[in-house]
Design a protein around this ligand. Structure first.
Ligand SMILES: *Cc1c(COP(=O)(O)O)cnc(C)c1O
Length: 449
């Protein structure tokens, strides 16, 4: 019988994370203070984020960083996650390609986000913090953070994008079940939220508005730290556990990927699965192709500009060097809430400039078509975000069918879609549409100050 699932024993689970910054030929440009435009140090970031996260953020020298023992212990509640050969999907496509996926949906929270929520809360607690706050789009990060906060004995306050709160009410319920306070963003509970509502009373929120509110709460509340579920370098470091495991599992399967594919919101699950393999392109001459799949309604990787921009809508965060559509870009209300972010993260942006990876844009309807095919073949209902990676994989597998190439394709299944069934219902009833963004819509937004 052909082996379908590859797992690691407890002692094979990696005990260090990978930090690609140390191996990059060109390091990411530094984040800048918005007023002085001077590079930020650990001290500048540490009044918002846990200090250890700030150190990791700016660490361009250590390729590997020890995972703290209490975090590793919590990882082992659900890791290793399975590497799966998608035989049934291959058969349905009639492709000679070998398709593998890393299943990050199999933890109690249902997405990869927990891999970074645990260390961020652990470090916050170690440093004497009592409260954490954050933003969440579709709610996966908020749910993961609420759980991790309860694990390490912290209070959590979450600003959830208003539109997502309406689309996915159960995610707010999950957060409250873990003991978190949840507020729809933009809200009237912060200066930033009030300002946004005053200017635009029907604003349905974006990750940009929710970040503004959470950062403001952290800056104005003693003992409260802000945490971020994506975009930043330290989040990509924590998520590297995905790719480090996958590397060992591919070895068990006796193959090495020609292509690694993941969906792209701020880059954390992409970086997580891709960077440990990209390391071998940088250091050992491997030629794996890396593809980040983004929605064509929020195409920062392919149509954004590389420049210094704010991470949030109100302009409270440091200026980050990244591919961006502008911090006030208002993405269409697609169901892949986790991919509705205007910017791309500093590491990934530099890697695109240096030609190590590229983006691909997928229309909403193609993602649902891919998600439904995946569900019917592999038996897992994917998150609408993850369906972008599946759609990109299917495109590549169909190219192999034409050329007869037996490429090995590895993609990351970042989460399941069991809280997104309204979206699937709408797709099945024919009520969903595409939202390709025009050049004019992109041009009217603001990058930087
Ligand atoms: C948040 C999320 C994403 C997008 O975030 P990245 O940081 O780009 O990984 C993708 N998939 C799922 C399931 C998510 O929850």
């Amino acid at each position: 019988m052909k082996q379908k699932r590859f797992l690691l024993t407890e002692s094979e689970i990696p005990t260090q994370w990978y930090n690609i910054q140390a191996d990059m030929p060109n390091k990411p440009l530094p984040p800048l203070h918005p007023a002085t435009r001077q590079p930020l140090g650990v001290e500048d970031l540490a009044h918002i984020f846990p200090e250890e996260c700030c150190k990791q953020e700016l660490n361009t020298t250590d390729s590997f960083i020890d995972i703290p023992e209490p975090v590793l212990e919590k990882y082992k509640f659900y890791r290793s996650t399975p590497l799966v050969r998608a035989y049934e999907l291959e058969k349905a496509l009639g492709t000679p390609a070998h398709i593998y996926f890393k299943n990050e949906s199999v933890n109690p929270l249902g997405s990869h986000k927990i891999n970074s929520a645990l260390p961020q809360c652990y470090y916050a607690k170690q440093e004497g913090t009592t409260n954490v706050t954050t933003e969440t789009g579709a709610g996966q990060w908020g749910a993961a953070l609420s759980y991790a906060a309860s694990v390490f004995g912290l209070e959590a306050a979450v600003y959830q994008v208003k539109i997502s709160m309406q689309q996915k009410p159960y995610r707010s319920s999950i957060m409250r079940t873990f003991g978190a306070t949840v507020e729809g963003s933009p809200s009237m509970s912060t200066r930033a939220g009030k300002d946004i509502i005053t200017k635009n009373p029907t604003h349905m929120g974006s990750l940009g508005t929710a970040i503004s509110e959470a950062v403001e709460l952290a800056m104005t509340t003693p003992g409260c730290k802000y945490t971020l579920g994506s975009v930043l370098n330290h989040v990509a470091i924590h998520q590297s556990i995905i790719g480090l495991e996958a590397e060992k599992q591919m070895e068990k399967a006796g193959e090495y990927p020609d292509m690694v594919i993941a969906c792209f919101g701020g880059g954390s699950n992409f970086g997580g699965i891709a960077f440990p393999f990209m390391r071998h392109n940088i250091l050992d001459g491997k030629t794996t192709e890396f593809i980040a799949a983004e929605p064509d309604s929020c195409p920062k990787l392919t149509r954004g500009k590389f420049d210094y921009d704010f991470g949030d809508e109100a302009g409270l965060t440091p200026l980050l060097p990244m591919f961006t559509l502008g911090h006030d870009f208002k993405p269409a209300n697609i169901h892949a809430g986790g991919l509705r972010y205007h910017g791309a993260g500093m590491i990934v942006s530099q890697l695109i400039k240096d030609g190590y990876m590229h983006g691909v844009d997928i229309p909403q309807l193609e993602t649902f078509e891919a998600g439904v095919l995946f569900a019917r073949t592999e038996g897992i209902i994917p998150a609408p975000e993850s369906s972008h990676a599946i759609a990109a994989t299917i495109r590549e597998a169909l190219k192999c069918k034409e050329t007869g190439e037996e490429k090995v394709i590895l993609f990351n299944l970042s989460g399941h879609g069991l809280i997104d069934m309204t979206a699937y219902d709408q797709y099945i009833c024919g009520d969903l549409q595409n939202y390709k963004v025009t050049d004019e819509e992109i041009a009217k937004n603001h990058i930087g100050v």
